[in-house]
Design a protein around this ligand. Structure first.
Ligand code: ARG
Length: 504
């Protein structure tokens, strides 16, 4: 029970009631950020001559001694914000500790702490998406010439290559990275100084706070800063889109590894067997990932519903959506780690020619149009009738003879087509058909190689951007800690402190 907040306006309460509204457990991940915010706040208050250096030194000494890895979940505090203030007050007494909360509120503090933690999580998640892209590229490079059926309506449609298939996911995950990177800019804004809702009459410096905490800017309107969580919902919507991409990949791999499809061989370590049926190789890791992605989508909906029709300003409903964000991130992060390890171990089974049968029919129609000047709609009819005939005779497209094609074309369109055996053969060969599909973004090995090189460059840029941002955040954190230590040894009255100092 937060001792500091009882016995004035309100009398005591009961433990089960406190536990019911407490956020302490979920707050564990905010401890480090909350301590940093308090340090920055004290440094800023010295710079702005709100507290004197003696007091600030004592506050900072106490803050510097807080173990940010301590387990706070069993503490006797309402939330992490009260936990930190209570520890400081215990250590320096209420005369000094009582000034830690000048000009701030738990409302601006929690919004700031969530943004700081989310910033780190986002950098990590985006990095994992880029790692998954790396895995995809590594496997794709080996399969530029590996022909597999491409499907529509879960029916074999046209031949493509495994590399071309994999690159479709590289591009989808690239859009996820783009969206998350754009959202990151909106996450990276500091609400500090917004107070409970109306900022404060103390002469604080909100820009300085933002700078000390490594934010790009300030969330200006104080009511908006404390009462908005659209930054969370925005990230959750980006992650929901990423989750849907992940489920498409897992679903494909589950289907393709089934005996019925027989396209993919899953690595043993990512499969399980049955306790009864000894022949089974079940794609359980992929199934768990597929299911976990529904937590991500569900989290988006729960958050949206909690926010719908909330009145302006801070409401404790907002506390209830924070853990959903962390669960979403955890689901995404652990599932991505699995995929990063699984994808490089994927093997293509020797795709039986049955699977590719008739997938080149479109190319036969194309050739009838291109070379034999048959209108495409008629060519489509002729080849459709040819396939129907071949299926009835339990034959495949490669069994087509010039005579058969001539009789079918005469029957269905009155055109006695004389197509060379060579043309028929090349249209029935999936390798040659794939090679002919060389327009931009097509599956031909030539085009896929170009595409692979371009994507390797994109990936390099992402990784560089991410490591720059990691460095920037680390530098901001080091500078803040340096100041917190410097200010904890100063012992004069008011001064400009070490304002403007940079550690490098
Ligand atoms: N524990 C709260 C949260 O996680 C912090 C702010 C609480 N504010 C309040 N007035 N009770 O959102």
């Amino acid at each position: 029970m937060s001792r500091l907040l009882r016995g004035a306006r309100l009398g005591s309460t009961k433990k089960d009631i406190v536990d019911f509204v407490s956020s302490l457990e979920a707050d564990q991940r905010l401890l480090e950020s909350v301590v940093k915010i308090n340090k920055a706040h004290v440094v800023m208050m010295v710079d702005c001559k709100i507290v004197d250096q003696n007091k600030a030194a004592k506050l900072l000494n106490a803050l510097n001694r807080i173990d940010v890895n301590a387990d706070i979940t069993k503490a006797d505090s309402e939330d992490v914000h009260m936990y930190v203030e209570e520890i400081v007050t215990e250590s320096v007494g209420s005369e000094i500790g009582g000034d830690l909360h000048i000009g701030k509120s738990r409302n601006d503090q929690v919004a700031t702490a969530i943004r700081m933690k989310l910033r780190e999580d986002l950098v990590e998640l985006i990095f994992k998406l880029a790692e998954l892209q790396s895995s995809i590229l590594t496997v794709a490079e080996k399969h530029v010439g590996t022909v597999v059926p491409g499907y529509t309506h879960t029916q074999p449609a046209q031949p493509i290559t495994f590399a071309h298939y994999l690159l479709s996911f590289f591009d989808a995950f690239n859009r996820d990275i783009e969206r998350l990177t754009e959202s990151y800019e909106r996450v990276n804004q500091s609400p500090m100084g917004a107070g409970a809702l109306a900022a404060t009459s103390f002469p604080i410096d909100r820009e300085r706070m933002a700078e000390l905490l490594g934010f790009k800017g300030v969330m200006e309107n104080s009511l908006d800063a404390v009462g908005s969580r659209d930054f969370m919902l925005e990230v959750q919507s980006c992650l929901t889109l990423a989750a849907l991409n992940v489920t498409r990949l897992t679903e494909d791999l589950i289907l393709w590894s089934s005996l019925a499809f027989g396209v993919i061989d899953l690595p043993d370590e990512f499969s399980s067997t049955s306790s009864m049926m000894p022949q089974k190789k079940n794609p359980e890791v992929l199934e768990v990932i597929r299911a976990r992605m529904s937590h991500v989508a569900g989290g988006f909906l729960t958050t949206a519903m909690a926010m719908k029709s909330l009145p302006s300003g801070y409401n404790l409903d907002l506390q209830e959506i924070t853990p959903i964000l962390w669960e979403t991130i955890e689901c995404m992060s652990s599932s991505l780690s699995m995929l990063i390890a699984l994808v490089p171990l994927l093997k293509i089974s020797s795709v039986s020619s049955n699977l590719l049968d008739f997938t080149t029919s479109t190319e036969l129609a194309n050739v009838l149009t291109r070379k034999y000047k048959v209108p495409f709609r008629s060519a489509h009819r002729i080849v459709g009738a040819l396939v129907e005939e071949l299926v009835r005779q339990k034959q495949s497209l490669s069994d087509t003879t010039s005579e058969l094609l001539e009789s079918v074309s005469t029957r269905v369109s009155g055109i006695p087509l004389k197509v060379s055996a060579e043309d028929i053969r090349s249209c029935a060969d999936p390798v040659q058909v794939v090679e002919a599909h060389k327009v931009k973004g097509g599956p031909s090995p030539e085009e896929v190689k170009r595409s692979l090189e371009a994507r390797a460059q994109v990936l390099g840029i992402w990784k560089e951007t991410l490591s720059k941002e990691t460095d920037r955040l680390r530098k901001a954190s080091d500078e803040l800690q340096f100041l917190a230590e410097q200010y904890s040894t100063l012992s004069h009255g008011y001064s400009q402190g070490l304002r403007g100092w940079k550690s490098t």
